[in-house]
Design a protein around this ligand. Sequence first.
Ligand code: GAL
Ligand code: ZN
Length: 661
Amino acid sequence: MKLGVCYYPEHWSEKHWETDAKEMREAGISIVRIAEFAWAKMEKEEGIYDWDWLDRSIETLATAGHQILLCTPTAAPPAWLISAHPDILPVDEQGRRRRFGSRRHYCPNNKIYHEYSKKITRAMAERYGDHPSVIGWQIDNEFGCYFTRCYCETCTTEFQNWLQKKYASLEELNERWGTIFWSQTYNSWGQIEPYNLTVAEPNPSHVLDYYRFASDSWVDYQQIQIDALRENIPSTQFITHNVIANLNTIDYHDLSRNLDFISWDSYPTGYAEMGSQDIYAPDEKIPAYAHDLGDPLLTGFFHTLSRGLKQAPFWIMEHQTGAINWSENNTGVRPGALRLWTWQAAATGAEAVVYFRWKASRFGLEQHHDGLRKHDGSADTGYADLLTLKAESQELDDFIAQPLDTPVGILLDYDTLWAMEMQPHRKDFAYMKHLFVFYRACKALGIEPDIISPEADLGRYKILLAPNTFMADENLAQILDDFSTQGGTLMLGVRSGFKDINNVVTEEPLPGLFCELIGAKVIQWHSLPPKIVYSLQSEIPDFYPEATFWAEALEADAGTKSLANYTDFPFESSSAITEKKHGDGKVVYCGIYPELKQAKSLMRHLLASENIAMLDIPEGLTVIQRGKKLLAMNFTEKNLHLDTAFGEYNISARDFTIIEE
Ligand code: GAL
Ligand code: ZN
């Protein structure tokens, strides 16, 4: 397991550099990430480079035995560049051009910015590409942070070009977008503007294409830097980017495609405080113990999502070490947190954990953000945890040397996520919330799922969950059909097949392209307000007999079994969940939006039918199985018990136990 740290030599007097490098090594750190915001120091004025300080900094770190991860500095274009070319600044949804004075102040489509980005990237790559201690590169920093969609003049023109390439003719676009609605028919490409600033809500097909275009813009911008790097660095140096895993505005499957691996930035307490409402059901609360440890389910969900982007190990490029500065309470972190976080990350597939940051900053926005060392250079809480981790490193390495088995795949499709986000139909009907219920159901049964693109290698899974396949095309229908025909168990969730990929409703009975596959039709659907429930009767053991939130009435074809029926008005006698044999496999359609306990019963049913062993994991315990070893992590303040087929175990509060079969 590799440990690293984010370091800003430009923030500190050189007299500290050697001590810093030495103290990092003492704590088991061997990778140092530098330079992602240092453009103004590397190129003080246009074309006037100063590499001396960076040379010396790299040498100091390398001499202490560190490997260096260099970042391109394009997340922070310097003042001289912006004052010479103010059009680089992005324009927000309200049509306001944003100003210099923070970071991420550029439009990804600006051609002048492309040239400057290439120039600085090449200059860095030429200088450090053959340095024996430089192991790889991070491009930019957190694409999409603060904003993803720019609405400037360049983006308008580029959007029109993007549309022309996609649709070839205006007739085609008008047809596919359904612009006849409200007389939105276009007569020339130049009439099509970004959707912001419309009087009433815009056409969802138009919006979806703008979302896709904006996502593509970042993918293409990243490619400019990948190319500039690859031309100048050896193939032994890797290229990655650090995403915000809960962002959802960039298609991370596209973004990760040409990277050697994906990285994400994990701040468990911040995500628990700020992000839980986006992922839990409205009546659920994040667990109380999460206040200074974050919510291990939320953190784990993003680890899993990151691992699924390339179906491969990933890096944590920034990991919280103490209090952060951008949340609501910015909780102080107690001893032991960093140790548990690091074990969880490694066990879930992180190949390296890079901590943010070495020393707390004395100036700028992040003065109240902790690092491993305090402002005065003395050790902070996280540093002590690193010393514990150092002592446990062999145990950790032995654990992660075991294979990670993920028998269940959960589909993630960003286009559908966006379509759902713009027309949820029911408050709180959110794509990620729906996925999260099934993720939690798996975790509660001791199963680590993968979260993957429909284009991924699905042959690895015995069970494939598609909780929210709102948009569908023939290609996806074929992929899912093949999966079950070849022996897999497929589950489709509510609202499947409702739309085509233009964000237009299907002309077929629901679930559209999946009717034959599921062997049933959705004849009616109801959004259920709080406290309104429809009663159910199910043959699935312990299935909680009430539909809440969203219910669909299904009419099963002959040969399709009903696993659950509605028992009262208005869906009386209709099916709520169906199951059909399909080829060598089977297809389940879950016509209700399940609560966690229902998703758990359904998962138990599916896992049992595939003979996959399960556990019953108590709340607060996070279990990850690798090979014949189980890592049971207790994130609560009480001791917890775990029963397994080979014994009963006590796991101490805020601690972990490794159980071997
Ligand atoms: C990240 C960012 C870092 C730093 C950190 C603070 O989103 O990439 O540069 O600002 O947050 O938590
Ligand atoms: Zn723009």
